[in-house]
Design a protein around this ligand. Structure first.
Ligand SMILES: [Zn+2]
Length: 238
């Protein structure tokens, strides 16, 4: 691996047997990496980096934002998202089992036991997000199994740092990022469709794009919407 510096930004450059230049900015602290085909020289890589500088800076800012987001304390008054809408958190201490309620389309009421810690409050809310997704996902998978003509044999939800979803082809299993609970339902649906299309086409090939266009013609819009939020920090250059 080689390092180049453009302006104040240090970039890792990796040479690989690939066709196109690939630029990524990665969590947790915004490391910048360019994968370059073997035949492209240093100067061309540098020019490519310069041409993408504005985008790189924007991605790095997002990570700083994300850092701030992760400093949440789960106390009343904080903003938290659910299905694409912003809510105010309202922490209510009581002496009964914890629960979460949406109130007046404005508040997420988080009921926790007196004396609960930040970690405990976060856990109650996280598990609630997980349950909401568990209700949302099966009808969407059902719907798209019929349309796409593939079977999803297993699915699950997990926290992922860099991906909205993944797919393991042999067992026909898809994993969805827990963060999708915070996104509009069409974004969740787009990721489900994307992962299900991988069951007919493993890679992001032309054929993959053709399938996406056929099943979900507006997928680009949903993708952009997700790209504007925190998890996706990659672009491909052709
Ligand atoms: Zn994919």
């Amino acid at each position: 691996m080689q390092k180049i510096t453009v302006g104040s930004i240090s970039i890792d450059v990796v040479r690989k047997d690939i066709k196109n230049l690939h630029l990524g900015v990665y969590p947790p602290n915004g490391r910048v990496r360019i994968a370059s085909p073997l035949k492209i020289d240093d100067e061309a890589v540098r020019l490519f980096a310069i041409s993408k500088m504005e985008w790189i800076k924007k991605q790095k800012l997002k990570f700083e934002d994300q850092e701030r987001q992760s400093e949440r304390r789960f106390v009343s008054g904080e903003s938290h998202y659910y299905r694409g809408n912003r809510y105010r958190l309202n922490v209510i201490y009581h002496n009964a089992a914890p629960k979460v309620d949406i109130c007046n389309k404005t508040y997420i009421d988080l009921y926790v036991r007196v004396g609960s810690t930040r970690e405990q409050r976060e856990k109650v809310l996280t598990e609630w997000y997980r349950r909401q997704l568990k209700d949302q996902i099966p009808p969407l998978i059902d719907k798209w199994q019929k349309i796409i003509g593939v079977d999803v044999k297993e699915w699950g939800i997990k926290k992922m740092k860099t991906k909205w979803g993944t797919c393991t082809i042999a067992p026909h299993r898809i994993w969805l990022n827990l963060e999708l609970a915070k996104k509009p339902e069409h974004c969740l649906e787009y990721i489900i469709v994307h992962e299900m299309v991988h069951l007919i086409e493993r890679n992001h090939t032309k054929r993959f794009a053709v399938c996406m266009d056929k099943f979900m013609p507006q997928w680009h819009i949903f993708k952009d919407e997700l790209n504007r939020s925190m998890l996706s920090h990659e672009i491909w250059s052709y």
